[in-house]
Design a protein around this ligand. Structure first.
Ligand SMILES: Nc1ncnc2c1ncn2[C@@H]1O[C@H](COP(=O)(O)OP(=O)(O)OP(=O)(O)O)[C@@H](O)[C@H]1O
Length: 262
């Protein structure tokens, strides 16, 4: 018998329909009329130059409050949850979405141990959680991220930049999110460790259909994750395709190209 998914209500992981994000007190838009679907168990890479709106879009979809930014047009749904004014469902949105902010490793709270940092998404939601089960979960994640077990008792300042980034990644995965939103996740990681981090993503995709929205400017990251690509520039989607090598540019972007070529 086919099991019925708990998430049968959401036919895709992310649906963005003509989504616009604006700055408070300013008419300009950081993201302007962007539409895409991210299916379950799939990956999408947001690419494009600095200031294109990639990080803003990623954070808003993850349900992270960005002071000064708000949805001003269109709609976005993550796992069937409306991102615009989610109300009581915000908690569910952030529970189902793992978020790895830009330079997450460098921004870890400094007064918590690695073990506390990785556990916090769980302990902040439920204080009565079984400590032994939690310790096992932390140890498993450390191992998966190729971090020594001894790192659990350390503080971020005692770790290298690459180790900190892996701790941040473990923290974003500890709730077994349906969607991982990762802003430049492999920065500061050397090649072997990067492979471990990538495998952690692919393993969850295969095991339970986790989807990934990744911000990156490295085509290899999109390729490694098997991600489709959406290119933003100045808040607009100017190209899209199933891989970095197969992009279809929007007519306006092509006009730009021709202008540059002539
Ligand atoms: N909280 C905020 N309040 C107001 N404006 C913001 C806020 N965050 C970002 N912006 C503005 O939104 C625009 C897009 O920024 P964003 O960081 O999303 O771009 P990006 O494509 O991720 O660039 P980068 O690759 O440099 O991170 C920029 O002009 C930025 O100044």
């Amino acid at each position: 018998m086919k099991s019925v998914s708990r998430h049968a209500d959401a036919d895709v992981a992310v649906r963005c329909a003509d989504l616009s994000i604006g700055r408070s007190g300013s008419a300009g838009r950081v993201v302007d009329g962007v539409s895409f679907d991210l299916p379950h168990a799939a990956a999408l890479a947001l690419m494009g130059p600095t200031g294109a709106g990639k990080s803003s879009l990623a954070a808003v979809l993850a349900g992270i409050d960005q002071p000064g930014l708000s949805i001003v047009g269109g709609e976005a749904y993550v796992e069937g949850i409306r991102v615009r004014r989610p109300g009581r469902r915000l908690r569910e949105l952030t529970y189902r979405t793992g978020y790895l902010e830009q330079s997450a490793g460098a921004r870890l709270p400094s007064r918590m141990t690695v073990s506390e940092l990785i556990s916090e998404p769980i302990t902040s939601r439920d204080r009565r959680v079984n400590p032994r089960a939690l310790a096992v979960r932390v140890a498993t994640l450390l191992d998966e991220m190729q971090l020594p077990l001894g790192a659990a008792a350390k503080y971020p300042y005692e770790l290298s930049a690459g180790m900190r980034q892996r701790v941040a990644m473990a923290r974003s995965l500890v709730l077994q999110p349906r969607l991982l939103v990762a802003d430049d996740p492999f920065a500061n990681l050397d090649i072997e460790v990067r492979q471990a981090a990538r495998d952690a993503i692919l393993r969850r995709r295969d095991a339970y259909g986790m989807s990934t929205l990744v911000v990156t400017n490295e085509p290899e990251v999109a390729t490694e994750l098997g991600a489709a690509v959406l290119v933003l520039r100045a808040g607009h989607a100017i190209a899209a395709g199933p891989s970095p090598q197969q992009l279809l540019w929007s007519p306006s972007a092509e006009a730009d190209h021709r202008l540059v070529a002539s």
